[in-house]
Design a protein around this ligand. Structure first.
Ligand code: LLP
Length: 409
């Protein structure tokens, strides 16, 4: 549920027509709805309230500091995977006990900062990662609170690029090696074992894979208990999918019920790391049409945003709904490919969409752009990254300036 709606023929973000935003801030422009974000946060908090779960937003999905500050005010913590994300969590004012460091290739510098910030825990990805954490903690004469990411080794119904809990995945401890790694951790004076972590993938619209994975980890946690290793935390990762097209994701109530039911068999305190479910549908990418052309048998709308601004369609074939900012119901409709200006054939933002004719100067919005949109953008073709704006009712705030290409070069 979001607050991007047509009023009459115009598409609005809350109380403001997108056309007004394009005039004021230029295009391409990421437009966020504050009311949508607060609603999503409220829902996630509501469904997990009874369990007192810690909700850590996956910063990789969106790293706009104004949005992160807002999340922090709402009690949402930070799941970080890099030095930059740790620094951003600190800048957003996130309390140290709501910050987690993940990642399968942490540098000494990242581990040092995490220990200096005294964050809630570091999730070790392997025995080697554990030994690095231990060495750095030793050199700082401190003890590191550590959980292990354990790979439940299950198949997950999502795009292969974003399934992370397969047997052959690069992430986490292989299920059969996990006991050995926990025993090693238990033998190290620099390490305090505090939990277990999993993340099975992203854009998962059913709850069965979460249940299956947690059940497998529960079996393993019994083995740990027999070895005298007790866990305080179970981190169920992120991964619940959202509606981009015709998906019908499981409800948050069901998701939370499943996580609570199975996670609590492993440890008394739950952590989750939602990314997409909180932020994806809080934003659109607003772009201006540069031209409408026909080539061979195909119709193209060329817009001023490209795969450097939003990579998901090009690299995952991801579907984002494309909406004209103004509807002209009398106009002829055709099948269009919506393409950007990047010099790559893969720079197609939407394929074969039945749409009204759109002409130069008119506006088009790509929906569901809040997660892995700006955060995966680049300067490819030496293009400046877009601006980001937050709409709150009839007010707007520029929350990230458009890059200035002259300054970049
Ligand atoms: N926790 C960990 C350890 C993760 O690796 C991720 C995402 C999350 C949480 C958050 O997952 P979410 O709730 O957003 O599904 N760029 C891809 C998605 C990559 C996800 C990477 N990890 C995309 O645009 O679909």
């Amino acid at each position: 549920m979001d607050y991007f709606k047509y009023k009459g023929s115009e598409l609005f973000a809350e109380e403001i027509p997108l056309s007004v935003l394009a005039e004021k801030y230029g295009t391409p422009l990421y437009v966020y709805s504050k009311k949508t974000l607060l609603r999503h946060i409220g829902e996630v908090k509501r469904v997990f309230r009874s369990s007192g779960a810690l909700i850590c937003f996956a910063y990789k999905a969106n790293n706009n500091s104004a949005l992160l500050k807002l999340m922090n005010q709402e009690g949402v913590g930070a799941d970080c995977v890099s030095l930059g994300e740790l620094l951003l969590a600190r800048k957003a004012g996130v309390p140290k006990d709501r910050i987690i460091l993940n990642g399968n290739g942490k540098t000494d510098e990242e581990i040092k900062l995490a220990l200096k910030m005294n964050i809630r825990m570091i999730n070790a990805d392997s025995a080697e990662d554990l030994l690095n954490i231990s060495r750095v903690a030793g050199s700082m004469k401190t003890k590191a609170r550590v959980s292990f990411r354990v790979n439940p080794e299950i198949r997950v119904p999502t795009h292969p690029h974003i399934a992370t809990g397969l047997k052959e995945s690069k992430f986490g401890l292989a299920y059969d090696d996990a006991l050995k790694a926990y025993r090693l951790a238990a033998s190290l004076e620099t390490i305090e074992i505090c939990g277990m972590h999993m993340h099975i993938g992203s854009q998962i619209t059913e709850t069965d894979p979460f249940a299956e994975a947690l059940k497998k980890l529960a079996v393993f946690s019994k083995q740990l208990a027999k070895s005298g290793i007790r866990l305080k935390y179970i981190n169920a990762g992120g991964g619940l999918g959202v509606k981009y097209q015709s998906e019908i994701p499981e409800t948050l109530d069901k998701y939370a019920a499943v996580i609570k039911k199975y996670a609590l068999r492993i440890a008394p305190k739950i952590i989750i790391e939602p990314g997409r479910m909180l932020i994806a549908n809080t934003a659109v990418l607003l772009m201006r049409v540069i031209s409408n052309k026909r080539s061979g048998r195909k119709n193209f709308v060329v817009v001023d945003g490209g795969m450097n601004d939003i990579m998901r369609p090009s690299i995952y074939g991801a579907y984002h709904e494309a909406l004209p900012a103004k509807v002209f119901s009398e106009r002829e409709k055709k099948d269009y490919d919506i393409v950007g200006p990047i010099c790559e054939s893969g720079d197609v933002l939407a394929k074969k969409r039945r749409m009204q004719n759109l002409y130069a100067g008119e506006l088009l919005a790509l929906r569901g752009a809040g997660a892995y949109g700006y955060s995966m953008s680049s300067n490819y073709n030496l293009r400046a990254r877009p601006a980001e704006v937050l709409v709150d009712g009839s007010r707007t705030a520029l929350i990230r300036e458009r890059e200035d290409i002259r300054k970049l070069i």
